[in-house]
Design a protein around this ligand. Sequence first.
Ligand SMILES: [Zn+2]
Ligand SMILES: [Zn+2]
Length: 389
Amino acid sequence: MSLKEGIKVASQCIDAERENLKALSLELWNNPELGFEEIRAHKLATDFLEQRGFKVERAYHMPTAFRAEFTNGDGPNICIICEYDALPEIGHACGHNLICEAGIAASIAVKSALEANHVHGKLTVLGTPAEEGGGAKVSFVDKGVFGNIEVAMMVHPYAFNRTFQVYLGFQELIVTYTGKAAHAAASPWDGINALDAAVACYNGLSMLRQQMKPSCRIHAVITKGGVRPNIIPAEAEVQIYVRATEQEELKLLLERVSHCIVGAGKMTGCDTEFQYAPNPYAAVKHNHTMGLLYEKYAREQGIEFPIAPNPLPGGSTDMGNVSHVVPSIHPTFYIGTNSQIHTKVFREQAGTDEAQQYTLVAAKSMAFTTLEVLSDPALLSQIKKEFEK
Ligand SMILES: [Zn+2]
Ligand SMILES: [Zn+2]
């Protein structure tokens, strides 16, 4: 049993599988699939793990999720998470092909060290669909999937390296306004204009933005607003995202948002209905003990972590919900562009050889972190102590 030997074996495993990992990643990148429809990605990931000796449960709770395990003796159960869904129209612009690759690379590396008996314990690999909307991890948390797991981790490609990036709590709302159709020229006074309600709601939210904290975000689109200018729209729909760093803050903001929604309906005489979408995302609670360990291993491989004294919040992730039930990390890693995620430039970069290099460093950092947690009970109890605080 030796951590140092385990790290060497794990590193060699990733180097030896470099081409296969790249092929997996590019296959995903070339064939982007939306959340809950990741059939091809799911098959590729589960085949890859099964062929390398993992016990794989395909269709774990949902058709495109999976759970894979490998155990060597008694020890803690560490969870490495993969995502593989893409975005509509711009494909893998969030680089989830690289998340899947990094998760699988780290997993086979940890397995090789477990197999060589350098560490003891259990590795659980979870394939979690629909991070971009739907949030399989939220359902997994609700179903108690993380009940026997000690710590969880994943990495995300990004415009920069940051171990403790701020991810906001997130709630989606769908608003429907119902008015009354009328001929817009012949008898507009007979109509009740649902589009006006949607516009008033949107404008209300825009004004509210001026009075909210910089750590909060609101964005909305009008998804239905009529069919022809000469028909007063009888139905309109607004989709709203509300985000904040703290759950309490999010609750308060949601209440103010609801006033904008209801007020707009009243102003225009429309009937108002709104729903909170299921599976809201919680803000990410980073485990610093584990995060700093990850960062140490990344630095040793030449990665730099620029100092950001006042980091601006990024997006949101269902990994936030996981981080509230088990100690977790979700570091971001640079892949060779300063462009933000969800852009075409980022998508192109996620398919390059340059991105491969960084992805495997992130995978190794995750694998080495896992090995150290498996081999050091005192470290694990420190991680848990921080979490309980
Ligand atoms: Zn994304
Ligand atoms: Zn993402």
